[in-house]
Every structure is written in structure tokens, then in C-alpha cells.
Design a binder for this molecule. Structure first.
Ligand code: ADP
Ligand code: ADP
Length: 233
């Protein structure tokens, strides 16, 4: 039901004098509960792929199925709806709203749907507790450390019970101890069956996932299961 399927995905950017083929026919499936690291050198197409997976942009050709929905066939409004209801975003820069408290930030994806009742607040509080912020519910982002802010972002990413968490260099601004804590939270949620798709430059991070997909020149260069002993190392 919650599987993601990519078939012969292509994306071209048309510039004045040339066409850039950012993705040149990429195919893979992400079953529910997977934990995928997307790697590859600068310019290999990672951001482009992330934008497709996040429904921020549509493919030039090929299909991207999120469950029963083919992204390439949806209107911009439908894409915006799927984006807010079915995908959890975690960015390197946290992207929290400074004027809102921890609990309010976690509820932000619900604003678009006008769902702000007591049940939703209770769920936000539960998620704040799950990521270790039980005693920070009414704090503002400026009163939190980077690691704590990223915990808020992870809780926010889960408020809508998404298809997957899409994490773009999620620990890029964090020191190694805090990185370990954030990866621990991802592990916990993944062990509960949450799907995680993470873009990273770092081998150590990628080795914590279950599977590494490596892009090169807009093509899939590697799709590798991470062996248990490497995950635990
Ligand atoms: P994006 O993936 O968002 O298109 P890039 O791949 O160019 O952007 O890089 C994102 C950030 O990571 C940039 O700040 C860039 O300087 C940095 N970066 C790029 N390549 C590497 C690398 N191999 N190792 C570490 N950092 C990198
Ligand atoms: P990565 O994230 O791995 O660095 P990108 O997906 O950002 O790779 O880029 C893949 C290719 O597409 C690169 O050649 C890049 O210059 C080009 N590209 C990305 N976004 C655009 C855009 N909006 N317009 C034109 N070319 C783009």
C-alpha cells in the first residue's frame, strides 16, 4: 500500500542553449519500512530525484508511483496536497518557524488541512516526547540546540503519518555526538516500520541505512544492500 515505485524516471531541464539531462532513466522500488541512502557526486542528480520524490517537481518521462498515485499524472494542486499529507521532510537547516513553540512547529503540516483539534495537539505532544523533548514543549527554536531543533523537525515530519521521511543531509550541521543521537531516532522509527529516504555525502551515515542507491551522471550506478556487520560497525 505504502510502497514507492520508480520506473525509467527521466528529468530534463531546458536552458536557453542546451538541455540538461539530470535523470536519464532511473528505476527502483522502495518498499514500506525500507531505509535508503541516496549518494553520488555533485551534479549526479540527487537533488533532482529528491524533488521528484518530494512531489516538488514532475518528471519529464517515466513514472513515480506513491502507492496508487502516479505523480507524473497529477495536477500541481494534487501534488501540493500529497506533499503536505503524505511526505515528511527533514532538511539540513531544520526549517522551523521561529515564532512558534515546539508543539506548534510539529503541528505545522496540519495547518494546511485545517486540522488543529485536541487530538492533533495530543499527537504532536506524543511525538515531541518520542524524540526526547517532553520538557521543551513550549520552547521556541532559538531556545534549542541544533540537535533539539532537528528532533522537532523529525517529529514534524511524522505528524501526518507519511509514506516516507525524506531527509536531505539531515545531520549536515550537527557534531558527531548529536549526529549519533539523530541517527538513533531514525533507527527507532525505522524499526517500527517507518520508511526513510536520506540523501547524504557521508559513508558513515549511509552505512547506517539498509540500502545504498548511488547515482552517477543521472543514472543509477549502484543499488546495494548494506550488510548487517557494516550497519552495526
Ligand atoms: P545538492 O545535492 O543540494 O544539489 P551538492 O551536491 O552540490 O548540492 O552539495 C550540497 C552541499 O554539500 C554543498 O554545500 C556542497 O558544498 C557540499 N558537498 C558537495 N559535495 C560534497 C562532498 N563530496 N563531500 C562533502 N560535502 C559536499
Ligand atoms: P546533485 O544533487 O547530485 O548535485 P542535481 O540534481 O542538483 O545533482 O543536478 C543534476 C544536473 O542537473 C546538474 O547538471 C545540474 O546542473 C542540473 N540542474 C539541476 N537543477 C537544475 C535546474 N533547475 N535548471 C537547470 N539545470 C539544473
Amino acid at each position: 500500500r505504502m510502497a514507492t515505485s520508480i520506473r525509467n524516471l527521466k528529468k530534463e531541464y531546458v536552458l536557453k542553449s542546451e538541455t540538461v539531462r539530470a535523470l536519464r532513466g532511473v528505476s527502483f522500488d522502495v518498499p514500506e519500512g525500507d531505509y535508503v541512502a541516496i549518494m553520488g557526486p555533485s551534479g549526479s542528480g540527487k537533488s533532482t530525484l529528491l524533488n521528484m520524490l518530494g512531489c516538488l517537481d514532475k518528471p519529464t518521462a517515466g513514472s513515480l508511483m506513491l502507492g496508487d498515485d502516479d505523480i507524473s499524472k497529477l495536477s500541481d494542486d494534487q501534488l501540493a496536497e500529497i506533499r503536505s499529507e503524505r511526505i515528511g521532510f527533514v532538511f539540513q537547516s531544520y526549517n522551523l518557524i521561529q515564532q512558534l513553540s515546539v508543539v506548534e512547529n510539529i503541528q505545522v503540516p496540519l495547518y494546511y488541512q485545517g486540522r488543529l483539534g485536541a487530538d492533533e495537539r495530543a499527537r504532536a505532544v506524543m511525538l515531541a516526547e518520542r524524540v526526547g523533548l517532553a520538557d521543551r514543549l513550549d520552547h521556541r527554536p532559538s531556545q534549542l540546540s541544533g540537535g533539539q531543533q532537528q528532533r522537532v523537525a523529525i517529529a514534524r515530519s511524522l505528524i501526518n503519518d507519511p509514506f516516507f521521511i525524506l531527509a536531505d543531509e539531515p545531520t549536515g550541521n550537527l557534531d558527531s555526538i548529536t549526529t549519533e543521537e539523530i541517527l538513533g531516532i531514525f533507527d527507532e522509527f525505522n524499526n517500527e516500520g517507518r520508511t526513510i529516504i536520506m540523501v547524504t555525502h557521508e559513508d558513515e551515515l549511509a552505512d547506517r541505512s539498509k540500502r545504498i542507491i548511488r547515482l552517477k551522471d543521472g543514472m543509477l550506478a549502484l543499488d546495494e544492500v548494506v550488510p548487517e556487520e557494516r550497519r552495526d560497525a
